[in-house]
Design a protein around this ligand. Structure first.
Ligand code: ADP
Length: 489
């Protein structure tokens, strides 16, 4: 039938990610309450005004009935979101299993889980099958909503199988894929039983992006060494098809943080924190409670610092905010109790009747509290054992214009490539080195702090999330044009 076309002249961008940027709560058979979540990806893409953006992903809830699914899809439509429905078993095998228990630890150099190493290939295989099945379901939804001329941008390790599914059905579709985690050395990737299939699928995309040159280089090495393909300066070539591979380091919406510092509620939080910790230097850690964040290592380094510097014992405090995540995975439960035990021991050892050296919170903070913490603390300690980028380090720098605090940053975070000149870089495994860096940071003269901060601040405000997203998408558009030119020649 005839249809009024209100389409703007803007190009449509379909952003496909495991999770939609909303949380959905069901209130009745056909009624849903939605709340937009403000993650980095959401703010990055909201800032890209040149596209008409739609989101495709899982809403994070199990909706087994059709009435509920229809109602949710309708509610999401107003937020420009399109749901992919995954049943509980698929979520368990695909998301908890293959994504978070196999790909995540492997890409962060933790290795593969023990039980799978012992040839229980059935559980590995069934998780990989669920992964492919889930990716296929995402592809179905993309296909259903795709219109000619759209750009499709697939995100992260959850959707490595998606580029192939999409291109198989429509070779003309413009497909980009971006990885938010590290891509490990090809020697690590080789351990993955499904190493070939995943590489081949990603290569089906037109443009493949990573946070750093190192990750891009590792990916190219994996393709040349494991698949035997040819690497070129632009990417990887397979039977005449070139897949472009490049680094696109993400940033943050720095304006949002800088402006927030002026808000009365943030100022109030700052006042309270300053009073509470008056006379003491304050060090800050903000992480999801994940084994990649090196939280136990960080706390042990702080203990060593206190051990070796008795004069600092009542003059410095570490605030560690650790948001629990993936609480269904046993490793994460173990980590929580491990961290609690270390904190308890150190507070027992160095605390007094009126003060303890470590405040550890197992919860997330709201945006205003977080900004206040970033602004009033003297040192930020980011000691990830591996981290794709680490945006906490960027957020800290954005909030430190008046205080000019010191950033201690792991060399294994992607951010070390961009904030390395201003931060104190450390090897988080070397507790002695981290302990002495804490001392160096606490004693750093104002002019050195200022110089280091200025360097990083300039970088953070000039490499924003919006710019990251718009660069990736325009590269993707150019890539397609180039490919078309080549085939015409
Ligand atoms: P990851 O994506 O691995 O969690 P990043 O440092 O890149 O690591 O991003 C974490 C994001 O989550 C940041 O935007 C940060 O502000 C937010 N975040 C982390 N911990 C907390 C917390 N305890 N409370 C509120 N927000 C948090």
């Amino acid at each position: 039938g005839e249809r009024l076309d209100f389409r703007t002249s803007k190009q449509r961008l379909l952003v496909v990610a495991n999770r939609l940027p909303v949380s959905a709560v069901r209130h009745g058979e056909d009624s849903w309450q939605l709340e937009m979540s403000v993650g980095g990806l959401v703010t990055a893409l909201l800032g890209v005004k040149e596209f008409d953006t739609r989101w495709i992903g899982w809403a994070g809830v199990n909706v087994p009935d059709e009435i509920g699914q229809k109602a949710l899809a309708k509610a999401l439509d107003e937020k420009r979101c399109i749901p992919v429905f995954l049943d509980e078993e698929v979520v368990h095998q695909y998301y908890n299993g293959y994504c978070n228990n196999i790909l995540w630890p492997l890409f962060h150099y933790i290795g593969l889980p023990q039980e799978d190493r012992l040839a229980t290939t059935r559980s590995f295989q069934s998780q990989f099958d669920a992964y492919k099945k889930a990716n296929q379901l995402f592809a179905d939804v993309v296909n259903e909503h795709y219109e000619e001329g759209d750009v499709v941008w697939c995100h992260d390790y959850h959707l490595m199988f998606l580029p192939k599914c999409l291109k198989e059905r429509n070779s003309k579709m413009k497909v980009g894929w971006f990885l938010h985690t590290p891509f490990p050395s090809s020697e690590i990737h080789r351990m993955l039983p499904s190493r070939l299939e995943l590489l081949r699928s990603v290569l089906a995309a037109d443009l493949v992006g990573f946070h750093t040159y190192d990750y891009a280089r590792h990916f190219v090495s994996a393709c040349t060494r494991i698949l035997g393909l040819e690497g070129t300066p632009e990417g990887v070539e397979d039977q005449g098809k070139l897949t472009r591979i490049a680094a696109f380091p993400v940033g943050i919406d720095s304006e949002r943080f800088i402006k927030a510092l002026e808000l009365p509620e943030v100022q109030d939080h700052m006042k309270v924190l300053k009073q509470r910790f008056a006379g003491r230097k304050v060090m800050l850690g903000v992480d999801r409670l994940d084994m990649i964040k090196g939280i136990p290592q960080k706390i042990l380094a702080f203990e060593k610092f206190l051990e070796e510097n008795p004069n600092w014992r009542n003059k410095v405090v570490l605030l560690q905010i650790a948001v629990p995540t993936r609480t269904d995975v046993p490793e994460y439960q173990k980590l929580t109790s491990q961290v609690h035990e270390i904190v308890g021991r150190i507070n027992g050892r160095f605390g007094s009747l009126t003060a303890v050296p470590i405040h550890h919170l197992d919860r997330s903070l709201d945006f205003h509290e977080l900004c206040a913490l970033y602004a009033v603390t003297d040192v930020a300690l980011v000691t990830s054992l591996r981290d794709g980028m680490n945006l906490v380090s960027y957020e800290y720098v954005a909030c430190q214009e008046s205080k000019k605090g010191v950033l201690i940053l792991s060399e294994f975070a992607g951010a070390a490539q961009s904030l390395g000149a201003g931060a104190i870089l450390v090897n988080p495994w070397n507790v002695t080195e981290v302990a002495s860096s804490i001392g160096y940071a606490l004693n750093m003269p104002a002019d050195e702090r200022e110089k280091r901060h200025h360097h990083n601040f300039k970088h953070v405000i000039s490499h924003t999330a919006q710019e990251w997203a718009s660069t990736f998408v325009s590269e993707l558009n150019v890539t397609i044009v180039e490919a078309q030119l080549r085939t015409r020649q």
